[in-house]
Design a protein around this ligand. Structure first.
Ligand SMILES: *Cc1c(COP(=O)(O)O)cnc(C)c1O
Length: 415
């Protein structure tokens, strides 16, 4: 990726600022997930992590389907694939969204409240149809170690565990909804495979209890997403192989059920294929600290500012220097990386040791493919957007192509 960034820089006049997506890397990663997943499981991509059309097009033939949380997301999915299964969740669904879900042939609708259950049934009956649903449960017990908790704590998500029996009774009495199981998305950015296994087992136990008590013919148990990325120690990522081993044991333990286990992962699928590259515009000292200011910032990659954490990056050296005065440079220093916005919150990494950094070098942030561009406030201060470049690293690396050929492999789109 470093060489690609260097050659892309040479082709441009202005300071470099781009999102780069390595589609080959995405395919390899997802292929590894799909081929190791037990046969009773289905992997969906939660597109809110990154709904870029090129990524969706790459993923559509690989994953079992997409998970969406709005009518806009349903439309983005249908724009790339007319048939692919869709799961539709999220709080506060409107009448228009539920009608849209029926119109676009959503496979399962995740019902978030008793009121929503009534609304779905009402709309389905007006349209003379039946909607297949899962009840989204907000469990009482929380998930240890996950960064963001959607359940186990009071949140706007799902139906409180203690209310679930009422929701089941109501669902069974309504003629235009078909209750097919439960949905349990309960966390975000969990880095521990053992915790995730424990969570899946707990979901099975809960679903079994309700299934038996209420005589429900369960087809699906959706255990959500929430598999994490370790942004602080990138060499030490979620242990997928260990998770698969643990998952097999959980499925074995519950092999008297005939359910499909659904996963709807966002971050874990697209984070690693995305990079955000931004050129160093200035290096300065203030109150005894060194700051490096980049062409870009949290309006392009808001994740570290949102979490008040540091995002991992490497420094891509750029030799070109075209001014007749000395190039600012720091050696063996500790720097804070700030963006170009007029707010002290525009910081992407704090107090990072670097061997050498110069104005004109490029910072290459990794793991920027999920919750990067998608969650950022692009137009605050009206700086130009980054370029969005799509790379097939396989064809570049494999053929040893020179710059001329490389360019053919890079699709450019303006957002
Ligand atoms: C955001 C979300 C996901 C995906 O979460 P990740 O942490 O990105 O895996 C899955 N399901 C629901 C309901 C969500 O809101």
């Amino acid at each position: 990726m470093e060489n690609i960034v260097q050659s892309l820089r040479m082709e441009r006049e202005k300071p470099f600022c781009a999102y780069l997506y390595d589609l080959s890397k995405l395919r390899h990663h997802v292929n590894q997930l799909m081929t190791t997943l037990p046969s009773a499981c289905r992997l969906f991509y939660a597109i809110k992590a990154n709904s870029d059309a090129n990524l969706l097009t790459t993923l559509a033939p690989m994953v079992h389907g997409f998970e969406v949380a709005s009518l806009g997301e349903i439309e983005k999915v249908r724009a790339v694939d007319a048939k692919i299964p869709i799961l539709f969740g999220g709080p506060g669904k409107t009448q228009e969204e539920i009608e849209g879900a029926i119109h676009h042939g959503v496979t399962l609708l995740h019902v978030e409240s008793i009121h929503e259950l009534q609304l779905v049934n009402h709309i389905a009956s007006q349209k003379g149809t039946t909607v297949s649903i899962l009840l989204r449960v907000n469990l009482r017990s929380s998930v240890p170690n996950a960064q963001l908790k959607m359940a186990g704590v009071p949140t706007q998500f799902g139906i409180d565990e203690v209310e679930v029996p009422n929701a089941i009774a109501l669902a069974k009495s309504l003629p235009n909804v078909k209750l097919l199981g439960f949905h349990f998305h309960a966390m975000s950015n969990n880095g521990d495979s053992k915790t995730h296994v424990y969570f899946v087992d707990h979901c099975f136990e809960m679903a079994k209890t309700w299934g038996k008590e209420w005589n429900i013919d369960i087809s699906y148990i959706n255990v959500g997403g929430g598999i994490g990325i370790n942004y602080q120690d990138v060499e030490n990522q979620f242990d997928w192989v260990d998770f698969m081993e643990g998952l097999e044991k959980v499925l074995e333990k519950h092999n008297n059920t005939n359910w499909q286990t659904l996963f709807e992962c966002g971050r874990y699928i697209t984070s690693s294929c995305g990079y955000y590259a931004a050129e160093v515009l200035d290096i300065k000292q203030n109150h005894g600290k060194s700051f490096c200011v980049i062409r870009g910032g949290s309006h392009h990659l808001r994740l570290p500012a949102a979490w008040k954490s540091s995002h991992p990056f490497t420094i891509v050296p750029v030799e070109k220097w075209s001014y007749p005065f000395a190039r600012p440079e720091l050696n063996d220093s500790v720097i804070t990386v700030a963006g170009e916005l007029c707010t002290p919150n525009d910081v992407l990494a704090r107090d990072i040791s670097v061997p050498r950094i110069r104005v004109g070098d490029i910072l290459l942030f990794s793991y920027a493919g999920a919750y990067g561009w998608a969650i950022s406030h692009h137009d605050f201060l009206s700086h130009p957007h980054p370029e969005h470049l799509y790379i097939e690293s396989d064809s570049i690396n494999g053929s040893g192509a020179k710059t001329e050929d490389k360019r053919l492999q890079i699709k450019i789109s303006v957002v």
